[in-house]
Design a protein around this ligand. Sequence first.
Ligand SMILES: Cc1cc2nc3c(=O)[nH]c(=O)nc-3n(C[C@H](O)[C@H](O)[C@H](O)COP(=O)(O)O)c2cc1C
Length: 201
Amino acid sequence: MKLSIILAHPDKTSFNHALAARVVNTLKQAGHAIRFHDLYKERFDSHLPAGEAGRETTLPPAIRRHCREIAEADGIVVVHPNWWGAPPAILKGWVDRVLRAGVAYRFVEGDMGEGVPEGLLKARAAIVLNTSNTRAEREFRIFGDPLQRIWKDCIFALCGVRLFRRRMFGVMVTSTVRQREAWLREAERLVLKAFPPCRTD
Ligand SMILES: Cc1cc2nc3c(=O)[nH]c(=O)nc-3n(C[C@H](O)[C@H](O)[C@H](O)COP(=O)(O)O)c2cc1C
């Protein structure tokens, strides 16, 4: 399968980078074709310029490439920390610019944008791996787990991706090396369940 893996964390020594590396290696070993983007490393430009959201526009080559890859992906994995109950701005910009009309969704004929769009992504599954410093119970009870709503409903369901899985690892700041190693193994199992090894025969 063609799998797109998107990482948004500025620090190379972070657990997020370790998570993404583990996911990339696991899925490569399972025989999948991986397209990996470290958005900070490639200095992804998260700024949506005036006019770009419209239909009649010429996209910069980097955005065109991201759009092509996400449209071709059979599966998607996104890795990022919880920042204010939201993705880091660089990743929000990737969503704004790459998951655009005509690539990730479209409005049916006669609908100028007021109706319910039709999802266009062919990816059958999307996995979001998050890290956080808030206990899960408090994240649900006090904040309503906004990342679940954003990724599951506002983004992937709208873009037509049926299978959605998300795991928020934490509490990061007090975690031990042993705990982190167990989380990395859990991430491996999670991605392999959604994207089983390719048959070579
Ligand atoms: C700008 C910013 C906003 C953050 N907002 C939250 C938050 O709303 N909830 C939370 O639990 N942690 C928050 N954190 C903590 C990060 O989630 C935490 O540092 C990260 O998950 C740790 O992962 P890492 O070891 O890969 O850096 C925030 C951190 C930063 C830098």
